[in-house]
Design a protein around this ligand. Structure first.
Ligand code: NAD
Length: 497
């Protein structure tokens, strides 16, 4: 049984508790590892290591930080397949999908390689006679990342490359379901020259999280996960005086208008609905068809999912892998039961799907519902599985209203060939990331990622320019040099002149 430990102060550590959690291979259903579960004492050990490291790292030169990011980028690019294998082994996604995940994380590292440029401040000369004003951005201190199971490599990379490049030290608390890739990242950062204690990994569950988000020496928390936990992290972290960005769950809609290219839309619905077995925060979960687009789209999706190859993620040609755990499989299955009993029309039923040779794997076949109504639990809840619901609407306005009423606002898409209709969507939709004939509108690393409404708590989106702002504080300096005018004491409020 593989032992998966913490990484504290530049080395592996088993921690103090002896408490462990199981890690599974979702394709076989077998337990393959045990991950250490940190106590509050283990968390404090990591925080103290990060605090000590901050004393020098926070004051290190921009060029030295930049050089380490470049070196890390090269190591990451060379070892991307090793990351992908960990992701497939513990999460279940296909190797191709895992390679895509690593690529999107690597792009954030490339963004962080620009840190010298990104941390430039503003400068205004002669704002008053002999007076200049400028801004500098300074790191916060020890910052924390708490991440979900569905992108075990990429989501942490949304955080730590930028946090570290800005001069902070970092503690990652990865998902306990697929923790191994975080240790590979730690090893590569050390190999790239990152000093001990700048990047730490604390494995664990709620006990570790609670110790982190209330610890007096933590300055800021980045969280990505489900909405109830995001809300809890935001409320608890801010109550303890920390800066918090907490990204939550989603229910992403894709609107298909009657004039859309239906083949394009059906390809997109299948890719975005069933890719990574629906375990993406940007997965399409509800397709909203307008007018006569419904029948054509349903038929297009049905015929495509019949041909999907489902199996273990490391098998050549497999397009969709298993769900992450048996518990999650049961939960998704129960939603299919509920949809059927609530009266939706089950077009494709994946509940009895079995992969030959992998009877104990956590597989669910692609599932498709028609005639879903907004009061059904398959519509209201985030299912996070390969279950696509179709909601039929007569008018475009109703589709927009439906999305705007939904409490989540992560991503959405419209499929149409009408520029005016697309622009109306862009302007009126109450969602943070919008695709126009693009089903998964994930911005590249030089933009920022973040939803609206219950999909985010806090005022900063993640990575990109907002990441730089989140991980630094601005200081404004008003400076007077060589002012020949000695004006004497003046207790009045300073004015220009
Ligand atoms: P989760 O909320 O269960 O867990 C996320 C992290 O929080 C994990 O590290 C976990 O150990 C910890 N955690 C879980 N329960 C906790 C509790 N009660 N108290 C303190 N910490 C706790 O999420 P998940 O199941 O790992 O991931 C899937 C969810 O993440 C989905 O809702 C998905 O939409 C969301 N997600 C959102 C985004 C985004 O950018 N908005 C990206 C990826 C995933």
């Amino acid at each position: 049984m593989k032992q998966i430990n913490h990484w504290i102060d530049g080395r592996l550590s088993a921690g103090s508790t002896g408490r462990v959690g199981p890690v599974f291979n979702p394709a076989s259903g077998a337990q393959t590892g045990e991950v250490a579960m940190a106590s509050a004492d283990d968390v404090d050990t990591a925080v103290q290591a990060a605090r000590r490291a901050y004393e020098t790292w926070g004051d290190s030169s921009l060029t030295s930080r930049q050089n380490i990011m470049f070196a890390f980028r090269e190591l990451l690019a060379a070892r991307r397949m090793d990351f992908a294998k960990f992701l497939t082994a513990e999460h279940g996604k296909t190797i191709d999908d895992a390679m895509g995940e690593v690529q999107r994380g690597l792009e954030v590292v490339e963004f962080a390689c620009n840190i010298a440029h990104l941390l430039k401040g503003d400068f205004s000369a002669q704002v008053s006679t002999g007076v200049d004003t400028y801004t500098i951005r300074q790191p916060l201190g020890v910052v924390v990342g708490i991440t979900p199971f569905n992108f075990p490599a990429m989501v942490p990379m949304w955080m730590y490359p930028i946090a570290i490049a800005c001069g902070n030290t970092f503690i990652l608390k990865p998902s306990e379901k697929d923790p191994s890739s975080s240790l590979l990242a730690a090893e590569l950062l050390a190999e790239a020259g990152l000093p001990d204690g700048v990047f730490n990994v604390v494995q664990g569950d709620k006990e570790a999280v609670d110790a982190l988000i209330t610890h007096p020496d933590i300055a800021a928390i980045s969280f990505v996960g489900s909405t109830p936990v995001a809300r809890y992290i935001y409320e608890t972290g801010t109550h303890h005086g920390k800066r918090v960005q907490a990204l939550g769950g989603a229910k992403n809609h894709m609107v298909v208008l009657p004039d859309a290219d239906i083949d394009l839309a059906a390809d997109a619905a299948v890719s975005a609905g069933y890719g990574s077995a629906g375990e993406r925060c940007m997965a399409i979960s509800a397709v909203v068809t307008v007018g006569d687009a419904g029948d054509r789209l349903i038929e297009g999706v049905r015929t495509r999912i019949e041909k999907l190859k489902i199996g273990p993620g490391d098998e050549t040609g497999v397009e969709m892998g298993p769900l992450v755990t048996r518990q999650h499989l049961e939960k998704v299955r129960s939603y299919v039961d509920a949809g059927e009993s609530e009266g939706a029309l089950l077009i494709a039923d994946g509940r009895d799907f079995v992969v030959d040779g992998y009877q104990d794997g956590f597989f669910l076949g692609p599932t498709l519902f028609d005639n879903v109504t907004p009061d059904m639990s398959i519509y209201t809840d985030e299912i996070f599985g390969p279950v696509l619901s179709t909601v039929r609407m007569e008018h475009y306005e109703e589709a927009i209203e439906l999305i705007n009423k939904n409490p989540y606002g992560n991503g959405t898409a419209v499929f149409t060939n009408d520029g005016g209709a697309a622009r109306k969507f862009q302007q009126e939709i109450q969602v943070g990331m919008v695709g126009i004939n693009v089903p998964i509108p994930v911005p590249l690393s030089f933009y920022s990622f973040g939803g609206w409404k219950d999909s985010i708590f806090g005022s900063h989106a993640i990575y990109g320019p907002e990441g730089i702002h989140f991980y630094t504080r601005q200081k404004v300096v008003i400076s007077r040099w060589a002012d020949p005018l000695h004006r004497g004491v003046d207790l009045g409020f300073p004015t220009h002149g």
